[in-house]
Design a protein around this ligand. Structure first.
Ligand code: GDP
Ligand code: MG
Length: 439
């Protein structure tokens, strides 16, 4: 997600970390790098300049907080300002209620309906879908398909042509469910007809949330769209979709923040799991590559026990990292969801894997890695450095793999370990804790 923005910000952080001390010249250089990176992500130029000014002022004038070196403090300032730039932490409805999704054609409304349902089901609420897009022929089929795929209760009609009528019948039929998610029709633009239709639908449903779905590739144009929909229909929040497929995501997020449209959820793939609450702090710490253990743990909680999660957290924080840990990470990841959406959460591993990799092949590979690790002795797992050529031969034979595959596993492990060490060596964990991030 947002690879270019991420790599730009990461290299700024690296530059800062490598520098001996910080003077105005370095600060200017770094601010220029940040500007370039943000403008490339389609962030509005005025916003970028305001941000630069604030970073410079604060970095030069403010005294570092107790316990911070000046360098750490400058990183904290940059982090703070980036977090502010993308908006406020949203309030998410976590009780029974009705959610109406609105937006233009192809913005991702129907896909988001399924994703939201899954989100609520994971949190113990019972969701159901209601298809109110009477405009496009295939819309009802699409809702039906998503509902069946995710085993969700749903209500659609291919006969009723009035969206409000479908909504009313749907509410009646599905009233025992906690969260009713209403899909609606789009248009190519927010014209009078669409505005009228959505206003009526809103009145018929009386929803607790009206979420505007905006694709990230709109970039800073998202501001105008959010403002218009808000004025004509009224919205309670925004879902930014397709963050996986565009370089302009930074522009879309910051534009919504300026429009006072609270981004509540983000979508970053076609799969139902490629979806999350939008948390500005988590989002930025992930972008700037500070291995977001917190969000991994949040996801992993659903798959592994609290106890186990705690041990893993302690292990990561302590910098100890043997093949047992490596395997546990792989297993936890595979339980948590599709590889693509969790890889980047794993400190070390996420960064160690090559870019543009074929994820289904990669998933096979990870499965094989587990088998290989299982064929090792306890000693080898705890102390991988003893694994020599003859041990590699034995492990390959024992696991039914090739020696090259065993070597490949060891290479992956080494890389992951190196990166984990590097990050720790730079005191990253320590000062992230000072940020108030729970690590
Ligand atoms: P709607 O017209 O607003 O209901 O949009 P749809 O939900 O039908 O989505 C339009 C297209 O965008 C579909 O092909 C979806 O699979 C795709 N899509 C939706 N959300 C995402 C996303 O977050 N990432 C990617 N890559 N594609 C998405
Ligand atoms: Mg649709």
């Amino acid at each position: 997600m947002l690879k270019k923005l991420a790599s730009g910000l990461r290299s700024v952080m690296q530059k800062l970390l490598k520098a001996g001390s910080i003077d105005e010249k370095l600060l200017d250089e770094i601010i220029k790098d940040i500007q370039r990176t943000l403008i490339e992500a389609d962030v509005n130029i005025d916003l970028v300049f305001e941000l630069s000014k604030r970073i410079k002022e604060r970095a030069l004038k403010e005294k570092p907080l107790p316990g911070f070196t000046q360098k750490e403090y400058v990183i904290k300032v940059i982090y703070d300002e980036l977090v502010k730039l993308v908006g406020e932490k949203p309030e998410i409805m976590l009780k029974p209620g009705k959610i109406l999704l609105i937006g233009l054609f192809g913005s991702g409304k129907t896909t988001t309906a399924g994703k939201l349902a899954l989100f609520y089901r994971k949190r113990g609420l019972r969701p159901a879908l209601i298809g109110c897009d009477t405009h496009r022929e295939a819309a009802m089929d699409q809702i039906e398909q998503i509902a069946k795929q995710l085993s969700l209760p749903y209500f659609i009609s291919r006969e009723i042509k009035d969206a409000c009528e479908i909504a009313k019948q749907g509410m009646e039929k599905l009233k025992k469910y906690d969260i009713l998610i209403f899909d609606s029709a789009g248009r190519d633009a927010l014209d009078k007809e669409l505005a009228e239709e959505l206003k009526k639908l809103k009145q018929a449903i009386n929803p607790d949330e009206v979420l505007l779905v905006i694709p990230a590739d709109l970039g800073q144009v998202a501001k105008k769209q959010a403002e218009e929909f808000n004025k004509l229909v009224g919205i309670t929040g925004v879902v930014i979709t397709k963050l996986d497929g565009t370089a302009k995501g930074g522009g879309a997020l910051t534009a919504c923040a300026v429009a006072n449209a609270n981004v509540k959820f983000i979508g970053f793939g076609e799969k139902p799991e490629a979806f999350d609450v939008f948390n500005p702090e988590r989002f930025i710490s992930r972008l700037i590559g500070m291995g977001d253990i917190e969000s991994l743990l949040e996801k992993a909680k659903q798959a592994i026990s609290q106890e186990k999660a705690k041990t893993m957290q302690e292990k990561l924080a302590s910098g100890k990292f043997d093949l047992n840990d490596f395997k546990e990470q792989i297993l936890a990841m595979r339980k948590v969801g599709p590889l693509s959406s969790v890889l980047e959460h794993i400190p070390g591993l996420g960064l160690a894997l090559p870019k543009n990799l074929d994820l289904s092949r990669e998933e096979e590979k990870l499965k094989k890695f587990c088998v290989i690790i299982d064929s090792m002795t306890k000693e080898e797992r705890a102390n991988p450095s003893i694994i020599n050529a003859s041990r590699i031969r034995r492990i390959a034979r024992g696991s039914g793999t090739s020696e090259e595959e065993v070597r490949e596993l060891l290479r992956y492990y080494e890389q992951a370990k190196q990166i984990a060490k590097m990050v720790k060596g730079r005191g990253m964990m320590k000062f992230l804790r000072k940020f108030g991030l729970r690590m």
